[in-house]
Design a protein around this ligand. Structure first.
Ligand SMILES: CC(C)(COP(=O)(O)OP(=O)(O)OC[C@H]1O[C@@H](n2cnc3c(N)ncnc32)[C@H](O)[C@@H]1OP(=O)(O)O)[C@@H](O)C(=O)NCCC(=O)NCCS
Length: 167
């Protein structure tokens, strides 16, 4: 049976729940002010997913200016997915994909022309999620993570987005 979930933008009162999910799911952890700075600067790209009023996933992103990861190479506004996680009991139900689609839409609203992210080269679930959203591997960043693991830099243009991004 499917679990029904809803998505909405992050609110300050969600901070503890989001930090709990981050600490449960990822080795890359952040201070409260790091989350709040992203919320204050890019609220339209910071989403949470809920099941029965419980927060079970989040995605936090920002917009940067820099060299495009796609041709023609020029200076562009780029979305950057900073962190995404879904609690283990709620995975493989489309939550991660929906979070991503909504955050991409928010980034596009801020004028981002493309979006990139870093992912551990061993993180098959996340890599498959990003590939399912048409992200492509642009390059390897050697020793990107604290334990020395390499990252893939993955990116996609934001000119076309999937339609199913309203919840
Ligand atoms: C990566 C993560 C956010 C995916 O969330 P999710 O809600 O399970 O993802 P979805 O259900 O939306 O999956 C969408 C697609 O991604 C791929 N995918 C997701 N999990 C996968 C897995 N365990 N194995 C293989 N492919 C997987 C599949 O293509 C899937 O589509 P399908 O279920 O129709 O086959 C989740 O596994 C997670 O929180 N992992 C720990 C934190 C993390 O690694 N974050 C990313 C850091 S870069």
């Amino acid at each position: 049976m499917g679990t029904s979930f809803t998505l909405r933008n992050f609110k300050p009162q969600d901070l503890d729940a989001v930090m709990h999910i981050n600490l449960t799911c990822l080795p890359e952890n952040y201070t409260p002010s790091f989350y709040m700075n992203h919320y204050e600067s890019f609220p339209k790209a910071f989403y949470v997913a809920e099941v029965d009023s419980k927060i079970i996933g989040y995605v936090m992103s920002r917009v940067e200016r820099g060299l495009s990861n796609h041709k023609p190479i020029s200076v562009v506004k780029k979305g950057h997915i900073i962190s995404i996680a879904v609690l283990p009991d709620y995975r493989r139900k489309g939550v991660g994909k929906s979070l991503m689609i909504n955050s991409l839409k928010g980034l596009k609203d801020y004028g981002a022309e493309e979006c990139y992210l870093e992912v551990r080269i061993s993180n098959t679930p996340a890599i498959n999620l990003y590939k399912s959203l048409d992200f492509e591997i642009i390059r390897i960043i050697r020793g990107y993570y604290l334990n020395g693991e390499d990252a893939y830099l993955m990116s996609r243009r934001l000119d076309f987005l999937p339609e199913d991004c309203t919840f």
